[in-house]
Design a protein around this ligand. Structure first.
Ligand code: NAD
Length: 299
C-alpha cells in the first residue's frame, strides 16, 4: 500500500493526511479549498487539482468530508468514475447509515472494495495519529483496510458489514451525550444540596454512578483530571459536532423504529445550547446551562 488519495483536508482530514505522509505513503491530496491543499502540501503531500487527478493510480482512496450528501456526490461524480478498480475505497466521514450503505452498494456494483470507517477522537487525535476507527466492511477486506488506516490509528475495530461503522459511531455518541447530561445534572443537584463538587466526584467515581463522562472527562472545572472544562470548555468535542451526531442518531432511530427517548432529549438539550450561541464550546459545557450559569462561559 503506497499511494493514497486523500479527499477532504479540513480540521480532521488535514491532520490525517499528514499522518499518512509520516507513515511513508505517497499522498495525493485534494480539497475544494485551496488553502487546505496548500497545508497538506506543506505536510509533504502532493497537491491535486481535482478528485480525478488525486485518485489516478491510487492504491487506496480516503475521504473525510462534512456529511452524507458530500460523500454521495464525490463518490458518484468522481471517485467511482476515475479510481482504479483495484483501489480500496474508505470513507472516514461521519454520515448517515443510509448514505453509507447506498455508497457501499454502488461501489460494490462497480467492482470496488469499500468501507465506512468513521472515527472517534477529535483534531488532536487526528494530528497525533491516535484515532479509533469503527469499520463497516466485508470481513475479507478488513486486513487491507486496517493496513491502510494504520498510520492514523490507535485502534481499528471491525463493527460488521457496510454501515455498521456509522451505526457504532452514532450509538456510541448518543450514549456519550446522555451520560454527559446525566453527569452534569448530578453535579448541578449536588451543588444545590450543598455537596462540594470534588467530594461528589470522589464518591460517585467509586460508586455505581461511575462513568467515562465523570471520571475521564469531568465537566466541572478543577475536579478530576484536566479536561476541556479547565480551558473554559475550549477545544475538545464541540457542541455543534455532538448535535450533528445526535441528529443522525435520531434520524436512524426514526427510520429503524428504535425507541430512544433519552437520545431525543439529549438532542433537544444540545440543540438549545447550540442556538444559545455555544456551538463552539466543548459538549461538557452543557453543565453551565443546567446550573443556570451561562454567564460563566463568557469570561
Ligand atoms: P471540515 O469542515 O473542517 O472539513 C471538511 C473538508 O471537506 C473541508 O476542507 C471542505 O472544503 C472539504 N470538502 C467539502 N466538499 C468537498 C468536495 N466535494 N470535494 C473535496 N473536498 C470537499 O470538517 P472536519 O471537522 O474535518 O470533519 C470531517 C468529518 O469528520 C465530518 O463528517 C465530521 O462529523 C467528522 N468528525 C469530526 C470530528 C472533529 O472533532 N472535527 C471528530 C470526529 C469526526
Amino acid at each position: 500500500m503506497t499511494r493514497i488519495a486523500f479527499i477532504g483536508l479540513g480540521n480532521m482530514g488535514g491532520g490525517m493526511a499528514a499522518r499518512q505522509v509520516v507513515g511513508g505513503r505517497e499522498v495525493m491530496a485534494f480539497d475544494l479549498a485551496e488553502a487546505a491543499v496548500k497545508r497538506a502540501v506543506k505536510a509533504g503531500a502532493t497537491g491535486a487539482s481535482s478528485v480525478a487527478k488525486a485518485v489516478d493510480g491510487a492504491d487506496a482512496v480516503i475521504t473525510m468530508l462534512p456529511a452524507g450528501p458530500h460523500v454521495r456526490k464525490v463518490y458518484d461524480e468522481h471517485i467511482l468514475r476515475h479510481a482504479p478498480k483495484t483501489a480500496l475505497l474508505i470513507d472516514c466521514s461521519t454520515i448517515d447509515v443510509e448514505s453509507a450503505r447506498a455508497v457501499a452498494k454502488q461501489a460494490r456494483e462497480e467492482g470496488y472494495r469499500f468501507a465506512d470507517a468513521p472515527v472517534s477522537g477529535g483534531t488532536a487525535a487526528a494530528d497525533a495519529g491516535t484515532l479509533a476507527f469503527m469499520v463497516g466492511c466485508e470481513e475479507k477486506d478488513f486486513a487491507d483496510i486496517e493496513e491502510a488506516l494504520k498510520p492514523m490509528a490507535r485502534v481499528v475495530i471491525r463493527a460488521g458489514d457496510h454501515g455498521a461503522g456509522q451505526a457504532a459511531k452514532i450509538c456510541n455518541n448518543m450514549l456519550l451525550a446522555i451520560s454527559m447530561i446525566g453527569t452534569c445534572e448530578a453535579f448541578a443537584l449536588a451543588e444545590r444540596l450543598g455537596l462540594a463538587p470534588d467530594r461528589f466526584f470522589d464518591i460517585a467515581s467509586k460508586s455505581s454512578g461511575q462513568n467515562w463522562s465523570l471520571t475521564t472527562y469531568s465537566p466541572w472545572p478543577g475536579v478530576g483530571p484536566v479536561t476541556a472544562a479547565d480551558r473554559n470548555y475550549e477545544g475538545g468535542f464541540a457542541t455543534a459536532m455532538m448535535l450533528k451526531d445526535l441528529k443522525l442518531a435520531q434520524e436512524a432511530a426514526g427510520k429503524s423504529g428504535a425507541s430512544t427517548p433519552l437520545g431525543a432529549q439529549a438532542e433537544a438539550i444540545y440543540a438549545l445550547f447550540d442556538r444559545l450561541g455555544y456551538a463552539g464550546k466543548d459538549f461538557s459545557a452543557v453543565l453551565q446551562l443546567l446550573r443556570g450559569d451561562l454567564a460563566s462561559l463568557k469570561s
